[in-house]
Structure formats: structure tokens, C-alpha cells
Unconditional design. Sequence first.
Length: 149
Amino acid sequence: MRLAAQSREPHALRWLSRATDFVAINARATRAIELSGLENRKNAIAGTISHGEQRQLEIAMTLATEPQVLLLDEPLAGMGALEAERMVTLLLALKAEHGILLVEHDMDAVFALADRLTVMVNGQVIASGTPAEIRADAGVQAAYLGEEH
């Protein structure tokens, strides 16, 4: 986490200094850990945490760089129901301070998270609007639910 936070520093760091001496970097790293919900895993080795926690760690590393917008490509991929629910809760909390551009196939999560959606089929936009507009769109229903819907 410190390395992610450090990547935004405009100057070279003193390599012989202790990591704990870099107050601003450590504060960004700590805030990112807290925002991502990983406080209880902050000393765990990344390879030993669950898949869902690893995805949270990826988001935490991004948050340590203090972005304005989060670009997320299928953040729920490979997650079980409980992990996916935790990720949706995390992303809902982050919406207050960050713009989020989300590519996701879990439509329940998309409808829970999105203020505006754009639906594509074969690289072409077929609809764009609010979740309610997208749910009611005949073209979206035909493309994703079959012609009978």
C-alpha cells in the first residue's frame, strides 16, 4: 500500500530513510486501507487473503493514489455472493467521493450501483439511461432476455 501511495510523490524519496518517516505517504496508505475495509487484514501477505479481499486490495491500492475517478473492469468477477455483496457495499460507499466507470456483467450489482447505464451489444450502444429506463427498454430486454420478454 505504501508503494501505491508513494507513486504520487513528485520527488525521489530518501532510500536510507525508514518507511515510517514518510508521514503523508503512510497517511494515504492507511486511509486507503480503511476505505477499502481491510483494516483487520492490513498485516496479511497479499497472496494469503481471499479472492474478494484481493480485489478490495486492488481498489485500496488505487485509492492510495487519490484518484478522482475509479475505472473498474469487472470488479465482481469470480466472487461468491458474500464477497460480491461486500464489494457492492464498498463501491456504494466510494461513490460519494469518486466518479466510478464500471464494466460489469452482474446486473443486480450494476442496478444497485449505477446512476446511469450504457448497454452495448457487439460493441454497439443499444441503450443509455437510468436503471429504470434500462430495465424497461425493449431493445435491452430483447438482447439480454430473449425476444419473448
